[in-house]
Ligand binder design. Structure first.
Ligand code: KIV
Length: 269
């Protein structure tokens, strides 16, 4: 059995990297799962992937700030020992720095989360710097940035050719220098992700970016095997909850139909 991880603070993140300790992150969208995950991983990410996973949309683009705040409040209610980061949704931080400050400020004031995550490299450096300057911890996100999925032509590996790899290296530097406390690397070739991770002092959190990152993140519902049919190469499923849920529903329906449920023990005199 592995020991429970230490409860981290934002400044601890660099220290964890310096000590060679891998960071563990799962997405979380509600209080019930937050209670189950609390203390098991280092960070919970209220990802805008909730727009796909929970709401059934094809992309994250239509997620709203109010939606993110609602789910982040629930996650913060359920977690007491885990850092919570919240995705800033599309168009809540790209238009002006002032809007980014107001919207990230709302997330911090209204949810109790420890920081926000936003997508983009060099062009987001000014915004990251402004957020960090007023005390809002920022997790960066480069490589495959889902809010730009159409521009990128789909959910595909980034940084494969030399020019794209150079852009990724430079984006990582800009995001770190702007003050981000960690950086998600999504769908990046493993060797490039390893190289970028070695060059940075802040931890990288990989998803589809190989073992050389300083930590790993997965979408909770995917790793629990709840998202049937979604089996990208990078995903490892640690449970088959879809099968469990379906079996439980069938057992319930069978028992109701043939009169085995509810029994005397489930009924009131
Ligand atoms: O929205 C999300 O869940 C994410 C992770 C996949 C990193 O951004």
């Amino acid at each position: 059995m592995s020991a429970e991880p230490k409860v981290l603070t934002i400044p601890d993140l660099r220290e964890q990297k310096a000590q060679g300790r891998k960071l563990t992150v799962l997405t979380c969208y509600d209080a019930l799962f937050a209670r189950l995950l609390d203390g098991a991983v280092d960070m919970l990410l209220v990802g805008d992937s909730l727009n796909q996973v929970l709401a059934g949309h094809a992309t994250t683009l239509s997620a709203t700030l109010d939606q993110m705040i609602y789910h982040a409040q629930a996650v913060c209610r359920g977690s007491t020992r885990t850092l919570v980061f919240v995705d800033l949704p599309f168009l809540s931080y790209q238009v002006t720095v002032e809007e980014a400050l107001r919207n990230a400020g709302r997330v911090m004031k209204e949810t109790g989360a420890h920081g926000v995550k936003l997508e983009g490299g060099e062009h987001m450096a000014e915004t990251i710097r402004a957020l960090v300057r007023i005390g809002i911890p920022v997790m960066g996100h480069i490589g495959l940035t889902p809010q730009s999925v159409h521009q990128l032509g789909g959910y595909r590996v980034q940084g494969r050719d030399p020019a794209a790899a150079d852009r990724l290296r430079s984006d990582a530097r800009f995001v770190e220098e702007a003050g981000a406390c960690s950086i998600v690397l999504e769908l990046v070739p493993a060797a490039l992700a390893t190289e970028v991770s070695r060059r940075l002092a802040v931890p990288t959190i990989g998803i589809g970016a190989g073992p050389g990152c300083d930590g790993q993140v997965l979408v909770l519902h995917d790793m629990l095997g709840l998202n049937e049919g979604f089996r990208p190469r990078f995903l490892k499923t640690y449970a088959d909850l879809a099968g469990t849920v379906r079996e439980a529903a069938r057992a319930f329906a069978d028992e109701v139909r043939d009169g085995r449920y509810p029994g005397k023990e489930h009924s009131f005199e």
